[in-house]
Design a protein around this ligand. Structure first.
Ligand SMILES: C[S@@+](CC[C@H](N)C(=O)[O-])C[C@H]1O[C@@H](n2cnc3c(N)ncnc32)[C@H](O)[C@@H]1O
Length: 219
């Protein structure tokens, strides 16, 4: 066994997994600390995975004549750099990620950004809405039940015609504390029955992605 295999095996022993869960400080804190330490949105937002996601979503935006996009959990902006949207609002819980996006896209007049904290934003009057709402590999990072519920309700409340979700859809056993896999399609069918699944596209095998792309439309 080489060093990399030894380290990988050590990192997944039950004691290490338990320790990671014990020291986990919550999903909001996790992402802010990760970006502040120089981390990124993750491998799914780079390379072939990002390319595939951008191709599919850009083609839906074009085909459906989408006029504006709101992205809940926009991340560090790398995935966004491949996007082709007419008008865009990126929202994230991490202040560091939002500052990076503001700097990166400062000469692009079609892109706005906003940092939000779930307990510090109420929008029943519907100011933060767009033709299409996006959730790109965020849902399985919503570890806490109340954060998941809040996020899902905001996502559908912020869409006028379409919701696009990139995620996996099956409950699973988590080895890292910043992931919690759920069946979000079951949640939507139960809580937002007026939204219908129109399309699902699975990733090409070479991306190694576990997330598919889902397009919902309001009935
Ligand atoms: C795996 S990254 C994906 C980023 C981006 N969507 C992409 O595809 O590159 C997950 C992002 O979700 C953000 N996030 C986590 N919980 C959130 C919440 N409750 N509301 C909004 N964003 C959240 C994190 O800060 C992080 O930027």
């Amino acid at each position: 066994m080489d060093l990399k295999q030894t380290l990988t095996r050590a990192a997944t022993t039950p004691a290490v997994v338990r320790l990671r869960h014990l020291t986990f400080k919550g999903s909001g804190r996790y992402w802010e600390d990760r970006y502040a330490a120089g981390g990124t949105s993750g491998p799914g937002s780079y390379g072939a995975s990002a390319q595939w996601k951008a191709e599919v979503v850009n083609s839906w935006v074009r085909e459906l004549g989408v006029t504006s996009v709101i992205d809940l959990g926009c991340g560090d902006g790398n995935q966004l750099s491949l996007a082709d949207y007419p008008r865009y609002l990126g929202v994230d819980r991490s202040a560091t990620a939002i500052r990076q996006c503001i700097e990166r896209f400062k000469s692009d007049p079609t892109k706005s950004f906003l940092r939000f904290e779930p307990t510090e934003l109420a929008d029943p009057a519907g100011w933060l809405r767009a033709d299409m709402a996006l959730s790109m590999e965020v849902i399985f990072h919503l570890v806490e039940d109340e954060v998941f519920e809040d996020y899902m309700r905001r996502l559908f409340a912020s869409a006028e015609r379409y919701v696009v979700i990139c995620s996996n859809d099956a409950p699973g056993s988590e080895r890292v504390p910043h992931e919690r896999h759920r069946s979000f399609t079951a949640w939507i069918a139960r809580e937002c029955p007026q939204w219908q699944l129109q399309r699902k596209v699975d990733p090409p095998a070479e991306t190694g992605l576990m997330s598919s792309l889902y397009l919902y439309a309001s009935a």
